[in-house]
Design a protein around this ligand. Structure first.
Ligand SMILES: Cc1cc2nc3c(=O)[nH]c(=O)nc-3n(C[C@H](O)[C@H](O)[C@H](O)COP(=O)(O)OP(=O)(O)OC[C@H]3O[C@@H](n4cnc5c(N)ncnc54)[C@H](O)[C@@H]3O)c2cc1C
Length: 419
C-alpha cells in the first residue's frame, strides 16, 4: 500500500506543524513555500522574539477570537498553550512567561522557534520545496493538481496554510483566496487587523513616541446603531505615533474599527487612567483644604502620566491652576480628557503594517475538528487563511499551530491509499 500523498501549501506556523504531524502519521508529504526560507513571519514576529503562545487555557485563547471563538474550541482544546509549550520544549526551545502572560523562547530569538519547527519538518521526512509559489490548485478524478511556477504535482490530499494578505513582503499576498474561491469556498471580505491606527488630534501627534503602559481603549458604535456597551474594550499599553496610535491596546481594537462599514459609525475613546476611578479624581480635584488646595492640577496628574502628556492635557483642559482655584467646568474637562478622551480615527496603516488579516475562508464551510473543507473532498484549510483573527499576545500563533495540527490529523485520518 502506498502512503497518502499530501501537499501542504505555505511553510508558516500552521504549515510546518501540519507537515511534520502528517508525515509523522505516515503520509508522504511535500511542503511548498514561495519564499527562499521557511517561517518568514515567525522570524520577524514579536519584535524578532516570537511570542509563540499565551499563558492561559484553551478558553482564554478562543475568547480572543470574537466570532471565531466557537470554531476554534475543538482544535485549540486538543492542542492548548501548555501542549504548544511542551512541543517547543521537546524540540529544544526552552520557553519563558513574561508578566503579561506572553510566552517567548527563553533565548528571545525567534529564529530558535523557526529552526525548531523547520528541523522537526525535515526529521519527519517531509520534502520541503522552497521558491515554489503555487499558482493553482485543482482537482480532477479525485486527484489534486498543484501547479507551481516550475512544475505540476499530484496529491491525494491538500492542506492549504498560505496565510492571509498582511505584510505582503513576507510572501503573504492572499494567493490562496483565489484558488479556494474557484473551488467553491466563500471568502469573507478581508481587512487589516492588529494594525496601527491613523488619526488623532494635532496635539496628540506632538506626543509621538510617548508610551502609556496601562490604558483602556474602547470602540463604541455611534449614530443610529449606538449602544451603551462598547463593541470592544482592551486594557494594555498604548503608543502615540506621528501618524496616530500603535501599541497593543490600539492594535487590538483596530479590527473592530476596520469591521465598521464607515469610520463615522464608530468612536474610539481612551481611558488614560484605568486604575483611578472618576470618583477618586473628583475627590482629589475637589480637595481644597490645606496643602491639597495649593497643588497645581498638573502636579496631581503627573503622578500618573508623563509630563509631556500632562502639559498637553493642561492646554486642552483649560489650564493648570491650583486646585483651590479650579473652576468646576475645567475640572470636568480634565476628567473628560483623561477618562474618556475621544480619539478621531481616519484610517489604518493597511495590510502593509497589519499583523493579521481578518476575514478569509468562511468558517461554516470548514469542519472545526479536522479543518476539512465541507465544499470539496480531501481539502484541508488551516491558519490565518481562515476567517480568524485574535488579539496580540501569542493568540494568533497558538491558533495557527492548533489548526495546523488538526488539519494534519484530519488529512491522515482515513488511512492509506488503496491503489
Ligand atoms: C510583524 C508581525 C509580528 C507578529 N508577531 C506575532 C507574535 O509575536 N505572536 C503571534 O501569535 N502572532 C504574531 N503575528 C501574527 C502571526 O505571524 C500570524 O498569525 C501567523 O504567522 C499565521 O500563521 P500561518 O501559518 O497561518 O500563516 P503564515 O505564517 O503567514 O504562513 C503562510 C506561508 O505561506 C506562504 N505562501 C503564501 N502564498 C503562497 C503560495 N502561493 N505558494 C507557496 N507558499 C505561499 C507564505 O510565504 C508564508 O510563508 C505577527 C505578524 C506580523 C506581521
Amino acid at each position: 500500500m502506498q502512503p497518502l500523498r499530501i501537499i501542504v501549501i505555505g511553510a508558516g506556523a500552521a504549515g510546518m506543524v501540519a507537515a511534520a504531524e502528517a508525515a509523522r502519521r505516515g503520509a508522504s508529504v511535500i511542503l511548498l513555500e514561495k519564499n527562499t526560507k521557511t517561517g518568514v513571519k515567525i522570524l520577524m514576529s514579536g519584535g524578532t522574539r516570537c511570542n509563540l503562545t499565551h499563558d492561559t487555557d484553551a478558553r482564554g485563547i478562543t475568547d480572543s477570537f470574537g466570532h471565531a471563538k466557537r470554531f476554534l474550541q475543538k482544535s485549540v482544546g486538543s492542542f492548548p498553550p501548555r501542549d504548544v509549550v511542551e512541543m517547543f520544549n521537546r524540540l529544544g526551545v526552552p520557553t519563558k512567561r513574561e508578566v503579561s502572560g506572553k510566552i517567548f523562547p527563553e533565548s528571545n530569538r525567534a529564529i530558535d522557534v523557526r529552526d525548531a519547527l523547520h528541523n522537526a519538518v525535515v526529521r519527519s521526512g517531509t520534502e520541503i520545496r522552497l521558491q515554489s509559489p503555487v499558482q493553482s490548485v485543482t482537482r480532477e478524478n479525485n486527484i489534486w493538481h498543484v501547479v507551481t511556477e516550475h512544475e505540476t504535482l499530484q496529491a491525494d490530499r491538500v492542506i492549504v496554510t498560505a496565510g492571509g494578505r498582511s505584510w505582503p513582503g513576507c510572501g503573504t499576498t492572499g494567493d490562496a483566496y483565489a484558488w479556494l474561491k474557484k473551488l467553491g469556498h466563500t471568502i469573507v471580505t478581508t481587512r487589516p487587523a492588529l494594525v496601527p491606527l491613523v488619526g488623532g488630534h494635532a496635539w496628540t501627534k506632538e506626543l509621538s513616541g510617548i508610551t502609556l503602559d496601562d490604558c483602556v481603549a474602547s470602540v463604541r458604535s455611534v449614530g443610529a446603531k449606538a449602544k451603551k456597551k462598547p463593541l470592544i474594550e482592551r486594557r494594555s499599553s498604548w503608543l502615540f505615533t506621528h501618524f496616530g496610535f500603535s501599541g497593543p491596546a490600539a492594535m487590538d481594537v483596530s479590527g473592530t474599527i476596520t469591521a465598521a462599514s464607515s469610520l463615522k459609525d464608530v468612536q474610539l475613546t481612551l481611558d488614560l487612567l484605568p486604575g483611578v476611578p472618576v470618583s477618586e479624581l473628583e475627590a482629589v480635584l475637589s480637595d481644597r483644604s490645606g496643602d491639597g488646595g495649593r497643588r497645581k492640577v498638573a502636579t496631581v496628574f503627573s503622578q500618573w502620566l508623563p509630563g509631556r502628556l500632562v502639559d498637553a492635557l493642561a492646554v486642552q483642559s483649560g489650564g493648570n491652576v491650583s486646585i483651590a482655584e479650579l473652576p468646576a467646568a475645567v475640572m470636568q474637562r480634565w476628567i473628560e480628557n483623561t477618562k474618556r478622551l475621544h480619539m478621531p480615527v481616519n484610517g489604518t496603516r493597511g495590510f502593509a503594517k497589519a499583523e493579521v488579516t481578518a476575514g478569509g475562508v468562511a468558517l461554516k464551510e470548514v469542519d472545526p475538528r479536522t479543518m476539512a473543507s465541507r465544499i470539496v473532498d480531501d481539502l484541508f484549510i488551516a491558519g490565518e487563511v481562515l476567517d480568524v483573527d485574535g488579539w496580540i499576545g501569542g493568540y494568533n500563533f497558538q491558533a495557527a499551530f492548533a489548526t495546523g495540527r488538526s488539519a494534519a490529523i484530519g488529512a491522515t485520518a482515513t488511512g492509506d491509499r488503496t491503489d
